[in-house]
Design a protein around this ligand. Structure first.
Ligand code: RNT
Ligand code: ZN
Length: 417
């Protein structure tokens, strides 16, 4: 139980700067956070048993107990979602299809292969998001998919993209909550190319084909994700930032901003307000790059806080979709889910506890002294008492209470795998 006196005192302190903590908690709990299915099994999926990850992304570590079947992945997430407060979506990749053991080519996937996920999501009261999978496949082995100069290959991947849009639309229609369908391709060169133009033209043509049909935006929103480099794709990513900024504007899609996909001194928090001047919306892939796009577990760091603050300061809650994208195989995978998701929710709460109107007024009046004074003092306001209360209202363990739950599950379930 939260210490009520501590919360009441915190509430008074925040009221002193014009912030209503009860309202901030309620709003923070209502923001959907999309949690990546792929943290549960190291981005392997269920397309073929024993498949391996390719496309320049890597999970490192071999902590025991990863989910080996759809059923295990669902059980794991059901357990961990009780430790994560607030509204949640589950983000599925195409390779997590439920084909009942039958081989299905990626250009032949249909809503039927995901109907058991929809049933599960309904039962668990989760929204769903989708991602076509352009990696870990023989036809992506040479490093090219939608930008391939081999027309047969390119066609196969275009068909995969078209199929993915139907699945995402199906999610939205069935669940009554829009599904984001995120396109990321690993295409690029290890060494300096001489004809980048050609591959970028191929990629552009592929999206013209994929997005040629209209899809009901109440059900599905397409999004496109740029990248700087991948392992083995160091010299040139075909789908660069400029490529996708243009693509999102041209096709009216969302733009995915992954926190690991830019030069190390660039920050996504600074990109949101610019992007939203020109694109319909943004899908975030909140991650933690450590020296490279390493996809470490999201911690409660300055950039995660700044991203949430920026959404609130710009009143962008309706246009920014928050998703997580990290995969750590070196520690308990359920703990990874819990830590990163709880931290994202903390950052959302922190953002909603800012006296935004007052801070904006200081700034517009040129009073940067007050702006910095308040921003710094706010850092030691009693945030943790409000967070504990949010956990109580959200029906999840407070503070370190969840850690022993994960340990018990590890002993009772994961250690038997
Ligand atoms: C890769 C991209 C992409 C993937 C997921 C699994 O660098 O970030 O979003 O991480 O689709
Ligand atoms: Zn990503």
């Amino acid at each position: 139980m939260a210490d009520n006196r501590a919360y009441e005192r915190a509430k008074e302190i925040y009221a002193g700067i014009g912030v209503d903590t009860d309202r901030a908690i309620e709003r923070a709990l209502s923001v959907p956070v999309s949690i990546q299915c792929w943290q549960g099994d190291d981005v392997i999926g269920f397309e073929n048993v024993g498949g391996s990850l390719s496309g320049g992304i890597q999970t490192t570590g071999n902590y025991p107990g990863k989910a080996r079947s759809i059923d295990e992945l669902r059980r794991d997430f059901e357990f961990v979602s009780q430790l994560i407060p607030g509204r949640k979506k589950f983000s599925l990749h195409a390779i997590y299809l439920d084909s009942e053991g039958k081989k299905v080519e990626r250009n032949e996937i249909t809503p039927a292969h995901f109907s058991s996920w929809v049933d599960w999501a309904k039962e668990q009261k989760l929204g769903l998001d989708f991602n076509p999978t352009y990696f870990s496949h023989p036809l992506s082995a040479d490093g090219f998919t939608l930008s391939s100069d081999d027309q047969g290959k390119r066609k196969f991947w275009v068909e995969h993209g078209i199929a993915s849009r139907k699945i995402s639309e199906y999610f939205g229609r069935e669940l009554g909550e829009v599904s984001c369908n995120n396109f990321w391709v690993p295409d690029g060169f290890k060494d300096t190319p001489v004809f980048r133009k050609r591959f970028r033209e191929n990629l552009a043509r592929s999206y013209d084909e994929i997005f040629s049909e209209k899809i009901d935006e109440n059900y599905s929103l397409d999004s496109v994700e740029s990248k700087l480099f991948g392992i083995g794709v160091e010299s040139c990513s075909i789908g660069s930032h400029e490529f996708y900024m243009g693509c999102a504007i041209k096709h009216g899609t969302l733009l995915t901003l992954d926190t690991g996909h830019f030069h190390p001194t660039e920050v996504v928090s600074d990109k949101i307000s610019s992007s939203l001047l020109y694109v319909k919306g943004v899908l975030l892939h909140v991650s933690r790059p450590v020296r490279w796009d390493s996809d470490h577990v999201v911690v409660f760091d300055d950039e995660t806080k700044a991203i949430a603050a920026e959404i609130n300061r710009g009143d962008f809650w309706d246009r920014v979709h928050i998703g997580l994208d990290y995969f750590d195989a070196s520690i308990n995978r359920l703990a990874c889910w819990a830590i990163g998701s709880r931290n994202m929710r903390k950052a959302i709460l922190g953002a909603l506890l800012e006296p935004v109107d007052m801070l904006r007024e200081f700034e517009l009046a040129g009073d940067f002294t007050s702006r910095l004074s308040y921003l710094e003092e706010l850092k030691t306001f009693p945030f943790s008492d409000v967070w504990d209360r949010l956990c109580e209202v959200g029906g999840v363990p407070e503070r370190d209470g969840w850690i022993s739950d994960v340990r018990s599950y590890e002993k009772d379930v994961l250690s038997l795998r």
